[in-house]
Write a protein that binds this ligand. Structure first.
Ligand code: MG
Length: 220
């Protein structure tokens, strides 16, 4: 793995995952509660693995397998709940400073996220982070095939900037971020704040790995 500073210096554009690096979306409205509320929309006969899951995106993926109408209903409700969830939380410590420094050093920052674009936009405005963010490439449809780990959200971010994947780097805290970056031809930096995440993400061979967002600050 390369040094993170060298890697960043080679790039012009940072793609930043939202849930994790920017804030902990379901810190106050737990993801298990959100998942349970979505399950009720899909019906009582859920497969055991979906029924047991605390991840709202597992429910969305299952809803999509039931058909476009079910997927649409579940996605709309997930967006509303994400909006409620982000209204209850604050930005991750240090993220405002990192964003300001990146922009001051000439990087553009695009949020690339599976979360609802509306929830992200309102969170960034509320916490005065919107000025540092050039764009948001995030969930606007109920089709899970358009979300990470597929590359579409990164492809769209590259197109919106009129650049090439080689000029971009994705920073994220999940396997889906690393896999989506690789599929899009974009370098990746794993943000692994726990030993378990460190093991899981290192196994995917990201281009660099850091244990704290502050490790992505560049010397003047
Ligand atoms: Mg994340």
């Amino acid at each position: 793995m390369a040094g993170v500073e060298e890697l960043l210096q080679e790039k012009d554009h940072v793609f930043l995952d939202f849930d994790g690096p920017v804030c902990d979306v379901f810190a106050r409205l737990p993801s298990s509660e959100v998942a349970d509320r979505l399950k009720r929309l899909v019906g009582p006969d859920l497969p055991a693995d979906v029924n047991a899951s605390a991840d709202p995106f597992d429910v969305l993926r299952y809803a999509a397998s039931c058909g476009p109408n079910t997927a649409h209903v579940v996605e709309r409700q997930l967006s509303r709940l994400e909006g409620e969830a982000v209204a209850l939380i604050s930005p991750a410590p240090g993220v405002a400073e990192v964003l300001r420094e990146w922009v001051a050093q000439g990087f553009t920052v695009t949020i690339v996220s599976n979360n609802s674009v509306d929830a992200i936009r309102s969170f960034l405005s509320l916490h005065e982070l919107a000025e540092q963010v050039r764009g948001i490439s995030a969930r606007t449809t109920s089709d899970p095939a358009r979300l990470k780990p597929q590359p579409m959200l990164l492809d769209a971010a590259v197109r919106a900037l009129g650049t090439s994947p080689r000029q971009c780097v994705m920073v994220g805290d999940s396997a889906a971020d690393i896999l989506a970056a690789r599929a899009a031809g974009v370098a990746s930096i794993a943000l692994a704040t726990t030993p378990a995440k460190r093991r899981a993400l290192a196994a995917l061979s990201p281009d660099a790995l850091v244990t704290d967002l502050a490790d992505l600050r560049l010397a003047g």
